[in-house]
Design a protein around this ligand. Structure first.
Ligand code: UD1
Ligand code: CA
Length: 453
């Protein structure tokens, strides 16, 4: 059967005490709803609908593109009412998978199991065993262990409240049947809401089997209601990501002080010191070593390269056997080929450093091509911006740039050229020659240091 996914995301999230709608609160740098959408994408559903309400425009704007079906639930009358808003769009012969926008860590395998357990003659619900089930809907089973209904905490009697198997809210059902059951829901309960959970009784009455899939861990199905739970889930996510990488062979000095916020691929024997944050898509080659306090975002680091402490690397590609930092900043479109050294307080933007090039101290390279084995002296600055336009600097292979040089772009330094320290280079420097721009040094013989009166 084809699949339609319905993500409930209309709740306000008052307890967040935030102007940002709950489903937009970031977990590991990505909105809660984004986590759910990314996981659900793996199911390759015909359509994914998001039932939104609070913070409407903001939520829509956060997920541009056309592949999602947006369904407005202007007033929130309960989970059953929420799902009903999406039903007009869904054909009878589909399965409907209901997800929550504020349950971000649910795994694709779990969802796939839920879908596999549902069909024309069965529905599947995701339950979880909780030591403290207070507040949750309870899964009520008969003597034979069959699920017969779900009772909300507020509507449950003492005996039912003693049940530890809880409803996560995630379930999968045949659309045609669901449509009918939803149309028959009543709100004569403690909260005056249309409960999605009431469809269980209807399913049982219609002779369908109710399959309960028990969630592998409570964390996976934990919802987020306040900033405290958000931080708890963030920590769980962090642990999970660190564990994945360690099991893939990375040495992570302290998993609690490591953050992988996007997809990371690693080679063998990668070493990661404390307070390393990886964001976006990051690729680390074999034997890459990353020192403490490093941020790497959307970048690729080649085999045997060492990133020394306190570096910020963003949208850069670093080749093999490079040394970067400490305190280096590689900005977007920095491209370091093999054996390149970029040292402390060096900033590289939209520049290419070819094999064996070195810029070891206090330097800015912007819109620059640095040839093979070039040595860029301390305090060199490519003056790439004239206040209106950006211009390029080209430094040929084997050139030597003396310390304290200003390269005023557009400018070219020929291969093998030497630039004398302290020069401001405004015209192209020919290859193989010494070029310098300096006023003559003078010593004033008659000068005397003033004496105190
Ligand atoms: C619901 C379940 C309960 C389960 C619990 C798990 C029902 C009746 N109860 O309870 O059995 O143990 O989740 O957390 O289903 N939402 C809407 N529109 C609405 C109401 C809710 O979009 O009108 C969304 C919320 O944004 C949220 C989700 O549905 O993402 C669940 O709503 P919530 O109010 O948290 O459900 P509970 O009452 O806690
Ligand atoms: Ca809830």
């Amino acid at each position: 059967m084809s699949l339609s996914v319905v993500i409930l995301a209309a709740g306000q999230g008052k307890r967040m005490k935030s102007d940002l709608p709950k489903v937009l609160q970031p977990l590991a740098g990505k909105p809660l709803l984004g986590h759910v959408l990314d996981t659900a994408r793996g199911l390759q559903a015909a359509t994914t609908y998001v039932v939104y309400g609070h913070g409407g425009e903001q939520v829509l704007d956060a997920f541009p593109g056309t592949e999602l079906g947006w369904v407005l639930q202007a007033e929130q009358h309960g989970t059953g009412h929420a799902v009903a808003q999406a039903m007009p769009h869904i054909p009878d012969d589909h399965l409907v998978l209901v997800l929550y926008g504020d349950v971000p860590l649910v795994q694709l395998e779990t969802l796939a199991r839920l879908v596999a357990e549902a069909g024309e003659k069965s529905i599947a619900i995701l339950s979880v065993m909780l030591p403290d089930p207070t507040g949750y809907g309870r899964i009520v089973r008969d003597g034979a262990g069959n699920v017969v209904r779900i009772v909300e905490h507020k509507d449950a009697n003492t005996k039912e409240r003693a049940i530890h198997e809880c409803n996560t809210g995630l379930m999968c059902l045949p659309a045609g049947r669901l449509r009918k059951w939803l149309s028959e829901l009543k709100n004569d309960n403690a909260q005056g809401e249309y409960y999605l959970t009431d469809v269980i009784v209807a399913a049982v009455r219609s002779g369908l089997k109710v399959n309960a899939v028990i969630a592998p861990t409570a964390t996976e199905v934990m919802g987020v209601n306040d900033k405290l739970q958000l931080a708890e889930l963030d920590a769980a996510y962090r642990r999970q990501r660190a564990a994945e990488l360690m099991l893939a062979g990375a040495t992570i000095v302290d998993p609690a002080r490591f953050d992988a916020r996007g997809p990371v691929s690693i080679g063998r024997d990668v070493f990661i010191d404390v307070n390393v944050v990886l964001e976006g898509t990051v690729k680390l080659g074999n034997r890459v070593r990353i020192g403490p306090n490093v941020l790497i975002r959307d970048a690729e680091i080649g085999d045997d390269t060492v990133i020394h402490p306190n570096c910020v690397i963003e949208r850069a590609v670093v080749g093999p056997r490079c040394l970067v930092g400490p305190f280096a900043r590689l900005r977007p479109e920095a491209r370091l080929h093999e054996d390149v050294h970029v040292g402390n307080f060096v900033e590289v933007k939209k520049s290419e450093l070819r094999r064996g090039a070195k810029a070891n101290h206090l330097t800015y390279l912007g819109d620059t091509t640095v040839g093979e084995k070039v040595n860029v002296g301390a305090g060199t600055i490519t003056c790439n911006y004239d206040g209106v336009n950006k211009w390029r600097t080209e430094i040929g292979d084997g050139a030597f740039i003396g310390s304290g040089t200003m390269l005023v772009a557009p400018v070219k330094v020929g291969a093998g050229a030497t630039i004398g320290a302290g020069s401001t280079i405004t015209k192209d420097a020919p290859e193989g020659k010494l070029t310098l721009e300096r006023s003559k040094q003078v010593t004033i013989e008659s000068w005397k240091r003033p004496a105190k009166k």
